[in-house]
Design a protein. Structure first.
Length: 468
């Protein structure tokens, strides 16, 4: 009887344990099926893999320009900017580059000012001043301070002008100001364009503590001058061109879209958007400005502005294309991130994060690592291959210099999150017969190739991707 009771008790315990294990298994399975927050996944990856830096890396700070770039992020933005510049200056003839000042002039009341903090402190600490005197001193200091540019079209400007307002005596340093100086380059013949790229400063709304921070953005601008007769056709051309260009580097092209708009002054245009998880955000704006802005900039001096359109003499119409490179970097980081489920050799489920950046944008094209074999000899071969690839301007990650031992699976996960296109693994067989292992980021397929063929293979792969 006692034996029966013990067996019965043990059976009940076993049943409860089994039931508890099934509940935990079901809960774990449910948690694994829950889709993680894509914004948190992207921001965590960008910080851990040194794409983006900052005290707070979150949606609002990224959109406001309150962040910096790590080594990989800096190269990614540089690659995107180079592609933008190349597409603008080579897609049409007669496009010329500019580089204007970040600050100039005195501006108006609503302009962003570069103020000497020590001079302001002296004014505020001076005793015996009335409110009127203090106000006058501060206004004098602000009037003498330089104005930071908030856009590239007109450079460092003062207040925004409504069409009915008189001209402000503010010197504009953008492409509109440089128009007259550029006419000699084209023999006063239309159409032609002026392109520029640089940092602009963007005020943001106060945060929860009432502090207003100034954000920074790398803006790229093309100002296209054409005859009034063809201005509408050129707007259609550039809208198609720009939308196709943004989609060229995307894994999900449909996330890039366009939409027409009209601003408060009645100016019509088109915005290009990227669909982030929280909604659409503009990445590039195209506006047909007519001749009003050009005439205002040059004080209605029509003789100075006239160009030739075939046999006619006209005042050109202005088309503005303004792209935000930082917003573009953010868009491609979201677009390229893919989370793939993978089961390891012990039947454990893992999520593999892969940053499938376009080959033209990827900060690192190749990671170079060593497997088993004589360390000194393999390192010498790696050094030689590294220099050979760098001479061809192929960005290489020298993984063979790592002192901490990690498994191949961990290396591949790391490089996938960095967006590295290929991983090259050298081993003792490389010393014997020159064969290396080449792993593709997008397919995870590993193939064997002779080391002498690597350079030409990578060059052809990258060029083919750029010409698609």
């Amino acid at each position: 009887m006692a034996t029966y009771c013990v067996r019965r008790y043990l059976g009940l315990l076993k049943g409860r344990a089994s039931l508890g294990w099934q509940k935990r298994k079901f809960a774990d399975s449910a948690r694994s099926d829950e889709a993680p927050d894509p914004t948190a996944v992207v921001t965590d990856l960008c910080r851990s893999r040194h794409f983006i830096t900052g005290e707070q890396v979150e949606k609002d700070s990224l959109l406001a320009g309150w962040h910096g770039y790590g080594p990989l992020g800096m190269v990614l933005r540089r690659n995107l900017a180079e592609q933008w510049w190349r597409s603008m200056t080579t897609s049409r003839g007669q496009v010329f580059g500019l580089s204007t000042l970040h600050q100039a002039g005195s501006g108006g009341r609503k302009a962003l000012k570069l103020v000497d903090g020590e001079a302001l402190a002296v004014i505020l600490k001076e005793k015996g001043q009335s409110v009127e005197q203090l106000t006058a001193e501060v206004e004098r200091l602000l009037g003498a301070s330089a104005t930071l540019r908030t856009e590239l079209l007109q450079g460092a400007v003062g207040e925004q002008r409504a069409p009915s307002r008189p001209l402000l005596p503010v010197r504009l340093f953008g492409a509109l100001e440089q128009y007259a100086h550029s006419l000699s380059l084209v023999n006063r013949k239309l159409p032609f364009g002026l392109a520029e790229m640089g940092v602009c400063y963007q005020p943001a709304a106060p945060d929860s503590e009432g502090t207003t921070r100034t954000g920074e953005a790398m803006l790229a601008s093309l100002v296209w001058f054409s005859s009034p007769r063809t201005a509408g056709q050129w707007l259609d051309f550039w809208v198609r061109h720009r939308l196709q260009w943004w989609r060229k580097f995307a894994t999900g092209a449909s996330n890039f879209s366009s939409s027409d708009f009209q601003d408060e002054c009645g100016t019509k245009g088109t915005r290009l958007y990227y669909s982030f998880p929280w909604g659409r955000e503009p990445i590039e704006t195209l506006q047909s400005l007519g001749d009003r802005e050009l005439l205002e900039t040059h004080q209605d001096n029509r003789a100075k502005l006239q160009c030739r359109d075939e046999r006619k003499t006209v005042i050109p119409h202005v088309l503005s294309v303004s792209g935000n490179m930082d917003r573009g970097v953010l868009a491609y980081l979201y677009d390229s991130l893919q989370q793939l489920k993978k089961v390891d050799s012990k039947q454990r489920l893992h999520q593999r994060k892969v940053l499938k950046l376009h080959p033209s944008l990827a900060p690192v094209k190749v990671a170079l690592d060593m497997g088993r074999g004589p360390t000194l000899e393999l390192r010498q071969v790696c050094e030689g291959l590294l220099q050979e690839l760098l001479e061809e301007d192929i960005a290489v990650w020298p993984g063979y210099l790592e002192t901490m031992q990690t498994s191949l699976e961990q290396l591949h996960s790391k490089y996938d999150e960095m967006g590295v296109l290929f991983t090259i693994l050298l081993s003792d067989s490389t010393l014997e017969n020159g064969l290396i292992q080449l792993r593709n980021r997008d397919t995870s397929i590993k193939e064997v190739m002779h080391i002498s063929h690597i350079k030409n293979f990578l060059i052809k792969y990258i060029l083919a991707a750029e010409n698609v």
